[in-house]
Design a protein around this ligand. Structure first.
Ligand code: BGC
Length: 498
């Protein structure tokens, strides 16, 4: 811990970006149910609600696409600061909305900020981290996302008792506070050493590395060696002109882009947002009704999501990315499968006076379904949640890292959007069939990870060239990597930290 205290501090501060991400994506779901909100905006119908909800994701998508260019130009640090300003503006517009158009605009602008943060924060973290705690550091952003979701839910819960428009304006406005805290704190955070070297500011890079690793001692041999590695890797990137977007579709970067995009798409295809967003509907269908159902569904889901991220923070750099993803997929797949079988075998559909579907499950089956929803959320939180962000942030060379991550991040938002669109329809139409689809995707992803995703734990960012330089069949490439490890000295130091 002691050697990396500064790194944890700097990473922890930037994780606030994850908090904003979680808060703003979560805040709307309970607001939609608030009486004063509905009255103020003339009871938006399902299309109106759909647009209001989806606008944030659309903004995130656009924001993440721009983030790559910004993070190279302005630096990762200043990009995060800019995102805070844009986010605050969006939050202020939402809070002060006088009509639907303003609310929608506010959602979009805040989304731009969230989109930029969702790309810039993991890249910032991964570029300041030593290899042995990189997974842990990026997991902190995932943890912060889960905290954001949780806090948004409980603030909504608290303010829904207020009998005025303040009930929805407060939760929307209050998010400016963490955004400002992050903005101000970032003044005191360093630029990342990799960005500095890439911009010819090697002396500063040395000082930053010394601040992060050795209490400011610029003669520390490990600091000097790390700087040399970074300089060498950036030099190689320069010689191979890895810089423009076009490189993303060419050898040797293409393989990593495919994997980065795939991991982000699969993260969304776990169905996590279907479960988090529509849990009240699912619970209601399963026979739990009333306010308590929603509290149990979202409140408890949020707590489980948050708590179950902790093991990942502690051990992800020991477990590794491959095994954790495969375990996560298997556990998620089994949870879905059991839900599908239990619901499919016992459901007895009927519709209430509002046209809402009821599955009339036997009480025991309802509880079984609920337990497996919780097991699914916990399995996601330990695996696909953090690694979906860790992996893309660590596999690319410095000169293309932010551009590549903007593409991988944008795929996450795109699929988030698509899933948000189709889930409510499918939950109603095919009920347990949706669980089955998610189960199959999860089982398929065990095989996909096994075949194609190389292990990256404990590797320096500079070593990724080698890790991804062999066969595209990751499971067959182990011998080459083992031979390399036997001859080269690489960073294996997980005993002390993890
Ligand atoms: C995902 C989000 C999701 C959140 C839940 C993130 O990693 O990208 O879409 O809502 O985890 O914790």
């Amino acid at each position: 811990m002691s050697r990396n205290r500064q790194t944890y501090l700097v990473g922890g501060v930037s994780a606030l970006g994850g908090f904003l991400f979680g808060y703003d994506t979560g805040v709307m779901s309970s607001i939609l149910e608030m009486e004063h909100w509905k009255a103020y905006f003339n009871k938006p119908g399902s299309t109106g609600v759909g647009v209001i909800v989806a606008m944030l994701t659309a903004g995130c998508f656009v924001g993440s696409l721009f983030a790559g260019w910004l993070a190279d130009r302005l630096s990762r640090k200043r990009t995060i600061m800019l995102a805070c300003v844009v986010f605050s503006l969006g939050a202020a517009i939402q809070c002060g909305s006088r009509n639907r158009a303003m609310l929608i605009a506010g959602r979009f602008v805040a989304g731009l900020g969230v989109g930029v943060l969702s790309m810039a924060v993991p890249v910032f973290m991964s570029e300041i981290a030593p290899p042995n705690i990189r997974g842990r550091l990026v997991s902190l952003q995932q943890w912060a996302i889960t905290w954001g979701l949780l806090v948004a839910f409980w603030i909504d819960y608290g303010t829904h008792f207020i009998k005025s428009d303040a009930s929805w304006r407060i939760p929307m406005g209050i998010q400016i506070v963490p955004a400002l805290i992050l903005f101000v704190s970032m003044f005191f955070m360093p630029y990342t050493p990799r960005w500095l070297v890439d911009n010819g500011r090697e002396d500063e890079a040395l000082k930053v590395l010394a601040r992060l690793r050795s209490g400011g001692d610029i003669t520390d041999p490990e600091v000097v060696a790390e700087l040399e590695d970074i300089k060498h890797a950036v030099q190689v990137d320069r010689e191979t002109a890895v810089r423009s977007y076009i490189e993303l579709v060419k050898f040797p970067i293409r393989r990593r882009v495919v994997l980065g995009v795939l991991i982000q798409i699969l993260q969304q295809l776990t169905g996590i947002n279907t479960t988090l967003y529509f849990a009240p509907t699912i619970f209601k269908q399963s026979g739990l009704t009333g306010d308590n159902a929603s509290l149990l569904a979202q409140g408890l889901n949020g707590v489980i999501n948050c708590l179950a991220t902790v093991p990942a923070i502690l051990w992800i750099d020991r477990w590794g990315r491959r095994k954790t993803l495969m375990f996560g997929s298997l556990a998620c797949g089994i949870s879905y499968f059991i839900q599908a079988v239990a619901t499919g075998a016992t459901q007895n559909k009927s519709y209430d006076e509002n046209g809402d579907l009821n599955l009339n499950l036997p009480t025991g089956v309802s509880y079984l379904v609920i337990v497996f929803i919780y097991i699914f959320v916990a399995s996601f939180a330990m695996s696909w949640g953090p690694i979906g962000w860790i992996y893309p942030s660590e596999i690319f060379p410095t000169r293309i890292r932010s551009k590549a991550n903007s593409v991988t991040t944008a795929s996450n938002w795109l699929f988030n959007f698509v899933i948000g669109l189709v889930s409510p329809i499918l939950i109603k139409r095919i009920t347990w069939g949706l669980d089955l689809i998610f189960a199959l995707i999860m089982f398929a992803s065990v095989i996909i990870v096994f075949l194609f995703f190389p292990e990256t734990k404990n590797r320096t960012l500079e070593e990724m060239e080698f890790i991804f330089g062999g066969s595209a069949w990751a499971h067959k490439d182990k011998k080459r990597i083992a031979e390399h490890d036997a001859t080269a000295s690489h960073y294996v130091d997980d005993k002390e930290e993890a």
